[in-house]
Design a protein around this ligand. Sequence first.
Ligand code: ADP
Length: 439
Amino acid sequence: MHHFSWWRLGWSLLLYGAILAVVGVVVGAPLLVLLAGALGLVCWHYWQLYLLVRWLWNGRQFTPPRGSGTWQFAFDGVYFLQRKNLKRRKELGKLLKRFREGTEALPDAVVVINEERDIVWCNKLATTMLGFRWPDDHGQRIDNLLRRPEFLAYIKKQQFQEPLIIPSPVLPMASVEIRVIPYTANETLMVARDVTRLQQLEQMRRDFVANVSHELRTPLTVLRGYLEMIGEDPRLEQGPWGKPHKMMTDQVGRMYSLVEQLLALSRLEARGEPESLKDVDVPALMRKLESDSGALNSDKQHQIHFDIAPLHMRGDSEQMMSAFANLVANAIHYTPAGGTIEVSWKKLADGRAKFAVSDTGDGIAPEHILRITERFYRVDKARSRNTGGSGLGLSIVKHVLSRHRSKLEITSRLGKGSTFSFVIPKELLVNDVLSASNQ
Ligand code: ADP
């Protein structure tokens, strides 16, 4: 490593000048010799510059030619920089190689997309799972290659919290789950996973539940019919079989409603969003609910207030009724006698509509709130069993709402009461329908 020194440079110049002066004096023409010396120096500098430029632009060798004098510093400096760059490039290359090897080793297809949705890079699995060709598809728009409408809508919507499941464009009968992860300001990672097996298992589970429920319904109907027939006999009440008969009737009734709920859930799971969205006369449903809840409320004598706006929505009437009824029935069941229940359906300032049921009941602890929409989840199993609950009601509500682009919101304070509500989006509301029957 050379160190450039002004001193050395100054001394060499001075020495050069002195030699020239001596030679000039000896020859007897000091000025001429000085001029010739200066010209020689300029020419020498140009020659060194020429050597450097020639090597920089045309040189095949990695090492620079040997410069002399002060130029040696410049030549060595350039060489040093070049070596540093080369080292860094090698390190970057290694890093890139490691990253690629890492992504190749992943069991998922990985595609890097830029802001314009062009493919920047993809791994080998992306070629087998999604049918991309690499490197031919480099720079192709991803939405030109994956043309399924669900995928196009997903990419356009730009909401990637939930993954998307689509059939694989190349593998027959296979499903892939797509996740999109924006990872720099203008690059996005798309990861696709083969979920065929999971989907098959999920389908088997659904089919199993649906089939078992269906098969159980017939024997239960027979049992229920005979129990009803037997119950018509006036002698039963006084005889020893009065109490067992009542218990059998109750339990068969519970089993029947459980099977009905399981079947309702299976139907909801099998269907996506209702294909044809029909007019749902919410105020009419509420009037029916009001009269039906009378029977449920006969023991507890709650005060139930309905505050219903004359607002219709679009969806599946039967499904919406089951959601409304489940929430109101829960409020009645889980509120100690003499409570107050408020049921409301109104338009919000932003054009959406909100349905809410508030009660002054037991309330639910926060750790349960997250889980009560799971199937068969009950806060207090014994209590819920007494009310005839199966733990499926809120599951049904959740499914119905997701099919109506809505979500169940629960706020609750232990011992004070709970509010179950959901908001129906603007596009599912029928504008300004004044239900004639509601006036
Ligand atoms: P169930 O058929 O047991 O009522 P749900 O799915 O409807 O099943 O409700 C699940 C659990 O959530 C219930 O067991 C109950 O503990 C709790 N829950 C539901 N609604 C209310 C409410 N309004 N107040 C307090 N707890 C409730």
